[in-house]
Each structure stands twice: as structure tokens, then as C-alpha cells.
Design a protein around this ligand. Structure first.
Ligand SMILES: Cc1ncc(COP(=O)(O)O)c(C=O)c1O
Length: 371
């Protein structure tokens, strides 16, 4: 008999019975979108939960990236990482900005601050780092380079929901940070996202941009877009917020179980918790050193699939290898040796709220008994 399927993730869903009263309220009020009461409540509750001053909800995690670049009037070239989901770089392309790829740090897998300065030109206007897998970037180093050269910093924090360093949200770093609430994320609103900013004026500007540029009934202040979140998903988001702490605690338990066994396996590396960091365990990536492990990443990935265990090679291929970007000088693999290596070694193992101990054991056995 074929073993049961274990998928890389499973969405955090509120109880259907809890959702129905919210839907009834929406049906009765007929207020479906455009800054409705659930939208307003979710913005307030999320800002409180995350410990950030201002936040604007979006319909996904890609549009806040595009909107942040618009709001900061970023042009020319932006320094970014190739080791991310493709939306990071696409947001630059959609703004007519040339991405300049810089290699990553081998420990954190985030943009390597030591390599940023060499990539700065007279056209550079901003840095767009990603807190990949929710691992905090070296903000101090990045910000000091940005200050030195007068650059903006926009963090793609799609993976960093709830991550704190020394008790402070990392979403407060840089000029703005974006979040994704896609179904696969630690916290989801099915599709959804947010932009975190430091002041009320920027929040107003972003609120206009995500609603076609309307600042009043007849006034358009910017060439905005439609990126609003609707009431149904805002209500769903309010319910999921109540269980996100439980979900993160469950994920930590899964991560601990993985780590206990994997520490004994030669050729597999993974992230340990970092001192002073409140992690969210958004993903559980492992890196396979083919020589030491005696099998390549792809061989292990296929072996796992044969056993109905579905990891994900996240982030493979590198963004810099896609046809849109590969002719850029900074996309040359020789410029990105660490990112290329990590991308060839990574598999994200199944990780979700409710993933049973037995399933984690099953994944671990497949790695241990790989032959
Ligand atoms: C790093 C990163 N940036 C941006 C996005 C885009 O978010 P969304 O799918 O909500 O548009 C994602 C989504 O997976 C992501 O992982």
C-alpha cells in the first residue's frame, strides 16, 4: 500500500463554525470591501500583535512591494538578493527598475552586507533585502551602508511574520517592510499581505496608492492601483490571528523534533535558533552536502517523493537564472557562488501547524534510511 501523502505545508484554517457569524454580518451590512469594519479592525489588531506603529492591509504580498517602491519613488537600480521568491525581483521589474543581484551570506542565506558596497553605482537608489525563511537580515550593517550612500531600504519581510530581535519587531527596520499572508504562510488570509511603515503620513499615502490614488470622493493624488483587501478575508484574518501563537508554538515543536535527529546525520545542515531572536519557524530548510551525505539534494528529493513525502526546493532555481533576469551582468553565476550553492542544496521539509509527530518521524526515517 502506498504511504500517506505528507505535503510541505498545510494552511492554518479557522473553524468554519466560527467564520459563519462573520459572514452573516458582512451579508447583512452589504459592506464587502473599501476599508470596511473588519478591514479596520484587522489593521489595528495586526499592528498591535506585530508591535509596529502603522500597517496597511493589501490583497496579496506582491502589491505592497510594488506600492512601496512607488511611494518612495525608487528608480534606476536596486540591490537585491537572487535567493528569494520571484515576486521580490518582479516588483522591481514592474516599476521599471533594474535589479542588481548581490550574493548571500552562507550562514543566514540573506543578502551579504559585505558585498553590497561593491555593487553600488550612481544609479543605485535603494536596497531590497529579504528576511529569507524569517531569518533576520543584518539590518545594522545594511542600514549603515544605506545611510552612507543615501539609499532607501525596503524589506521584503514576506516570511517574517512575528519575528523579533531582542523583543523588537524586525518589521520596523528599513524605510518599509512588506508581509505576505498567502495560504502557505505562518499567518494567512487565504491571499493577502501588508505594508508596514513608520509614520501616519506614509500610511495615508499608501492607503491612497492601494485604492487607485483616491484621497477623497473626486481627488486622485497618485497613479494608484487596486490592491485592497476585502471584508471576507479581513474577517478570516481576525480569526486566524487568534490561533497564530498556537501555530508558531506547534511549528517550534516540529523544528525541535527535526533538529534533534538531523544533528546526528552527516552532510545535512539547517538553522538553529539564534540568541535573542523570536523565530516563527515559517519553513524548515535543510541543505544537503552531496559528498558528505552520499546523495545529492535532487536524489534525496526524489527518494522522498517515492515515499509520498513532498518537500519543496525553495529557492530553486535562483531568480537570477530566469529568462527575464539572466542576461543582467549581476546575474552571472560567478557573481553569486553562495546563492547558487544553497539553491542546489536546499529542500524545505514538511512544516505546518498540526503536523503529527509520527509524520515528522516518517520524514526523518526517509532521510536516515535513504538507501
Ligand atoms: C519572499 C517573498 N516575497 C513576496 C512574496 C509574494 O507574496 P504573495 O504570494 O502573497 O503575493 C512571497 C510569496 O510567497 C515571498 O515568499
Amino acid at each position: 500500500m502506498k504511504e500517506k501523502k505528507i505535503l510541505v505545508t498545510s494552511p492554518l484554517l479557522p473553524e468554519l463554525d466560527d467564520f459563519i457569524p462573520y459572514l452573516k454580518e458582512i451579508w447583512e451590512s452589504k459592506w464587502l470591501t473599501n476599508n470596511g469594519p473588519f478591514h479596520q479592525e484587522l489593521e489595528k489588531k495586526l499592528a498591535e500583535y506585530l508591535g509596529v506603529p502603522y500597517l496597511s492591509l493589501f490583497t496579496n504580498g506582491t502589491l505592497p512591494l510594488i506600492a512601496a517602491l512607488q511611494a518612495e519613488r525608487i528608480t534606476g537600480e536596486v540591490i537585491t538578493t537572487p535567493y528569494s521568491f520571484v515576486a521580490t525581483t518582479h516588483s522591481l521589474w514592474w516599476n521599471g527598475i533594474r535589479p542588481v543581484f548581490v550574493d548571500i551570506d552562507p550562514i543566514t542565506c540573506n543578502l551579504d552586507p559585505n558585498k553590497i558596497e561593491a555593487a553600488i553605482t550612481s544609479k543605485t537608489t535603494a536596497i531590497m533585502p529579504v528576511h529569507v525563511y524569517g531569518q533576520p537580515c543584518d539590518n545594522e550593517a545594511i542600514q549603515s551602508i544605506a545611510d552612507k550612500y543615501g539609499l532607501k531600504v525596503i524589506y521584503d519581510a514576506a516570511h517574517a511574520f512575528g519575528v523579533k530581535v531582542n523583543g523588537e519587531s524586525i518589521l520596523k527596520e528599513g524605510d518599509m517592510s512588506t508581509l505576505s499572508f498567502h495560504a502557505t504562510k505562518v499567518y494567512n488570509t487565504i491571499e493577502g499581505g501588508a505594508l508596514v511603515m513608520k509614520d501616519e503620513k506614509t500610511k495615508h499615502r499608501i492607503d491612497y496608492i492601494k485604492n487607485f490614488g483616491f484621497s477623497g470622493e473626486t481627488t486622485i493624488v497618485a497613479p494608484g492601483i487596486n490592491a485592497k483587501m476585502d471584508e471576507v478575508r479581513a474577517a478570516y484574518g481576525l480569526l486566524n490571528l487568534k490561533q497564530v501563537d498556537t501555530a508558531i508554538a506547534w511549528r517550534k515543536k516540529v523544528a525541535d523534533q527535526y533538529r534533534e535527529t538531523l544533528r546526528q546525520i552527516e552532510g545535512i545542515t539547517f538553522f538553529e535558533d539564534r540568541a535573542g531572536v523570536h523565530h516563527n519557524y515559517a519553513y524548515f530548510p535543510i541543505f544537503v552536502d552531496a559528498e558528505k551525505f552520499g546523495m545529492t539534494r535532487d536524489e534525496l528529493y526524489e527518494k522522498m517523493k517515492e515515499k509520498n513525502l513532498f518537500g519543496r526546493r525553495y529557492f530553486y532555481p535562483l531568480i537570477s537564472t530566469f529568462s527575464t533576469y539572466k542576461s543582467l551582468p549581476s546575474a552571472a553565476p560567478s557573481n553569486l557562488p553562495i546563492a547558487t550553492k544553497k539553491s542546489d542544496e536546499v529542500i524545505c521539509l514538511p512544516m505546518s501547524m498540526g503536523l503529527p509527530e509520527g509524520d515528522v518521524e516518517h520524514v526523518l526515517n526517509a532521510i536516515k534510511n535513504r538507501r
